[in-house]
Ligand binder design. Structure first.
Ligand SMILES: C[S@@+](CC[C@H](N)C(=O)[O-])C[C@H]1O[C@@H](n2cnc3c(N)ncnc32)[C@H](O)[C@@H]1O
Length: 300
């Protein structure tokens, strides 16, 4: 039997071969791409450190042996171990920006990125943004994304996991934001000081039933970043209980609860929050103003 490495030479050959092989494999796409072709392009182009777009110039370029071996090795691990592509490459893209990622952090994919790109409009209005908290930051993608849009703001990237905070710190440095973005170790709000204009959070929110049935790819992600008790709201309940104490007047709280949105609605029937809508997909993200949260707490 021939070895594919002896018959495949060009970028185009590898894009075709990886696509064909992925198509015949039971892969799950939930970590940045949603189809075989995009996954193959990501594997081949980023292993070669080539751009994901405007790359046709390279299609007929021949690869050296080490490059061919690396692509095939990563392809095998994607199929046999079901490792998400972002971990194989050590990078993920969020809001059009690259982030360092590995198995210490979740692969960035929150729809909150779309809101940040829109400057949190129309919700923010003219309110100034001087301090932002990214609570449950993981790789730091949400807070670093916010720091690039609100370019005068000081941003805290907060997480309970020292491992995650190490990855977030490497991303702060990667994006050259050390002067106004920092990491904070905290258990929800326990280690957070002062008040913020905006709190953004993509906390763990997978309930026990969903956790038990997740595709194999998710087993490579830290369970601390996914599991949130029987209703998926362990962390969200704590955020609702204490966020008002950390928001300035006029401040905004935006939290993703994903599939646990049904349980959230049942738990907070009188809370005046708004579910947000996204052009690029995603749901289960709510917004509430700090003043409304304070008012609701004083009435309850
Ligand atoms: C769903 S991941 C989100 C990561 C990142 N924000 C993103 O969107 O890719 C949730 C993160 O919450 C952190 N976390 C879990 N429990 C926490 C707690 N009690 N306090 C603070 N962070 C916590 C996990 O370590 C993990 O990094």
């Amino acid at each position: 039997m021939t070895n594919p490495i002896d018959e495949l030479y060009t970028v185009r050959d590898y894009l075709r071969y990886v696509s064909t092989t992925f198509s015949a494999s039971p892969l799950y796409f939930g970590h940045g791409t949603d189809n075989v072709w995009d996954e193959a392009v990501q594997l081949v182009m980023r292993t070669l450190n080539l751009p994901l777009e405007n790359n046709t110039l390279f299609l007929d370029a021949r690869l050296i042996l080490a490059e061919r071996e690396l692509i095939l090795r990563r392809m095998q691990r994607r199929i046999e171990e079901r490792v998400p592509m972002a971990y194989l490459l050590g990078e993920a893209w969020f809001m059009g920006m690259p982030f360092h990622v590995d198995e210490r952090v979740l692969v960035p994919r929150s729809p909150i990125g779309e809101l940040i790109e829109r400057g949190l409009q129309p919700w923010l209005g003219e309110a100034p943004v001087q301090r932002v908290l990214d609570l449950c930051t993981g790789s730091g993608c949400i807070g670093i994304g916010a720091a690039t849009v609100f370019d005068e703001a000081e941003v805290d990237l907060a997480d309970i996991s020292t491992d995650a905070l190490d990855v977030a710190a490497s991303n702060i440095e990667f994006h050259g934001l050390q002067d106004r973005v920092r990491t904070v170790k905290t258990d929800v709000f326990d280690g957070v000081e002062g008040r913020y204009d905006v709190i953004l959070s993509n906390p763990p929110y997978v309930d026990a039933a969903d956790l038990a049935s997740m595709p194999a790819e998710y087993r490579h992600e830290p369970e601390l970043g996914l599991a949130a008790g029987s209703d998926g709201l362990d962390i969200a309940h704590r955020i609702i209980a204490h966020a008002a104490d950390h928001l300035n007047p006029g401040g905004l709280l935006i939290v993703e609860v994903g599939n646990s949105w049904v349980a959230f609605e049942q738990a907070y029937p009188d809370l005046p929050f708004t579910w947000l809508e996204f052009e690029n997909g995603g749901d289960g993200v709510f917004l509430i103003y700090g003043d409304e949260l304070r008012q609701w707490q004083s009435n309850s």
